[in-house]
Design a binder for this molecule. Structure first.
Ligand SMILES: CC(C)(COP(=O)(O)OP(=O)(O)OC[C@H]1O[C@@H](n2cnc3c(N)ncnc32)[C@H](O)[C@@H]1OP(=O)(O)O)[C@@H](O)C(=O)NCCC(=O)NCCS
Length: 192
């Protein structure tokens, strides 16, 4: 399955799979500003005009960067970034699941974002694979995430990677519309 996530798939129709020289590395606190920029641009590309006031408008960029600095300092959070000559073009975080019904064996991927200028070039797949590796390194046996029902692009992506919905849903309280999110889970004991 993970082998299927290679960046350049020559047979895919009508998509520019332009090759980019890219690398993955662990994030540092100094990456907070670039990570925030990718996060905001990707959320804007997916939700602006579709979800009211999301991403939150306004000038609080410094507050968002500060929140990323705190995340990047947390001991139980791994963050991996994808870089090209443009700098950071994507990132993923992984941490223990905070769901009440999750056992200690379940990790969660709370964020996976690629800058829209770099979509469909394999960065999402590479970051997801890195997240799987980080979760396995920490001894987790399952990796979960929550994805909004309306986010078809991400749902297709997660399906293509091997995640499947486990039936759990919740109302996302970060948005005014209180949109429905589904939990997707990947077994980490069947990835070889
Ligand atoms: C979801 C996301 C991370 C995918 O990143 P990406 O770098 O574009 O993904 P990849 O290039 O690795 O795509 C891997 C496969 O996923 C599927 N896929 C990805 N985007 C797709 C789309 N828009 N439509 C259909 N299939 C898609 C394809 O099967 C693709 O393989 P292919 O390009 O060889 O056909 C990216 O779209 C993104 O940042 N979205 C906004 C943020 C977001 O919604 N994050 C998830 C929050 S839960």
């Amino acid at each position: 399955m993970l082998q299927g996530m290679t960046p350049e798939t020559p047979t895919a129709p009508s998509i520019d799979h332009a090759t980019e020289t890219s690398a993955l590395r662990d994030a540092t606190i100094d990456d907070a500003e670039q990570i925030e920029a990718v996060h905001y641009a990707a959320r804007e590309a997916v939700y602006a005009g579709r979800v009211e006031d999301w991403p939150p408008p306004g000038p609080d960029r410094s507050g968002r960067i500060e929140r990323w600095r705190r995340w990047l300092s947390a001991q139980d959070v791994d963050c991996v970034v994808a870089t090209t000559s443009d700098g950071i073009v994507g990132f993923v975080t992984v941490r223990p699941s905070r769901d009440e019904d999750a056992g200690a064996d379940m990790a969660e991927m709370p964020t996976l974002y690629v800058h829209p200028d770099h979509w469909r070039r394999g960065h999402g797949g590479s970051l997801c694979a890195a997240s799987v590796q980080r979760a396995m390194n920490r001894g987790f046996r399952r990796l979960s995430l929550w994805v909004l029902d309306m986010n078809e692009q991400a749902r297709v992506f997660y399906h293509s990677f091997g995640f499947a919905p486990d039936g759990a849903t919740k109302v996302d309280d970060g948005t005014k519309e209180r949109l429905v999110a589904h939990r997707y889970v990947l077994s980490l004991t069947e990835t070889e």
